[in-house]
Design a protein around this ligand. Sequence first.
Ligand SMILES: *Cc1c(COP(=O)(O)O)cnc(C)c1O
Length: 363
Amino acid sequence: MNRVFNFSAGPSMLPVPVLEKAASELLCYGDSGMSVMEMSHRSPDYEAIIADAEKMLRELMQIPENYKILFLQGGASTQFSAVPMNLIARTGKADYVVSGQFSGKAFKEAQKMGYDVKCVATTKDDNFDHVPALTRDMFREDAAYVHICYNNTIYGTKYPEIPDTGDIPLVADMSSCILSEPVDVSRFGVIYAGAQKNVAPAGVTIVIVREDLLEYADPKMPTMLEWKIMAENDSMYNTPPTYTIYMAKLVFEYLLSIGGLTAMKAQNEKKAAILYNYLDSQSYYIAPVKKESRSLMNVTFVTGDADLDKKFASEAAKNGMKNLKGHRSVGGMRASIYNAMPIAGVEKLVEFMKDFAANNPKA
Ligand SMILES: *Cc1c(COP(=O)(O)O)cnc(C)c1O
């Protein structure tokens, strides 16, 4: 078996001890006589799994008691529709910050439904090379919520701190940074994330929502998208993605065992520093993101020559470092260094970058 360093933006690497544990339980979970995949979601064994997943996530992220945790389907993209339908009725209008492709999609989706939504800030004209500076006076005082994407997966940017929206609930897409470091959940009205970047295999979407925000659903909205109904049914209104939730539980358990999100943050900062320090020390590669907006999870860089970029990604793959090609919309390279990427993977990448630069002088 030859496992590579997989720099994919998602689905992405999972911790090896988690995969091993899942393998050891694949055919028979405990004394249930069956795989978790084969279990009824109403069985006592499964009810314990989903309850533990919730309990462990609450502990990891220090989620206050007045927040509900939901395990849903449809990916983060479905929440682009669910967010406005669940919240807009609070005041009838909402503000969006467009800092990249996903936040742009979220904004468009709310617009498409005919709601009064406003883009209050964007860095589109700068190719999203930083996140907008946000101040309270930029938001409509009577906005039902302000929506942001906390870490912009494609461009490799992140908010350096949680924006201050005053009394307006802040809604954040955290798909590509959830569990990468501690966050003060009480500063948010809603946090949501597709699991396949930093939590689990694809198939489950986590929504963390403050209880008082469950009262504003559009009465005509689809039942399956309504957070309140999912909360009242402990995420089991219908069949949840049972196996993916089990995998998420194994990841939560693993993160708790290694010291939680504080330990994870220290490791993530170390990994990102290895890459950014190298990028800052040379001129062969260009890192397009402004320093104060740099992401800990997705590091983008280019050679400035599309052919060399292509060669870089293919030679890296031959050397056991896969999926370094940037998103199809921006080109260049992107190293996604989520929680499960070991420090050794980043060290190996930097060594490869040095060799590649030495062996491929620019014309
Ligand atoms: C990947 C990603 C999405 C899309 O997630 P799906 O689960 O595929 O719908 C949305 N937002 C961000 C920030 C992402 O990184």
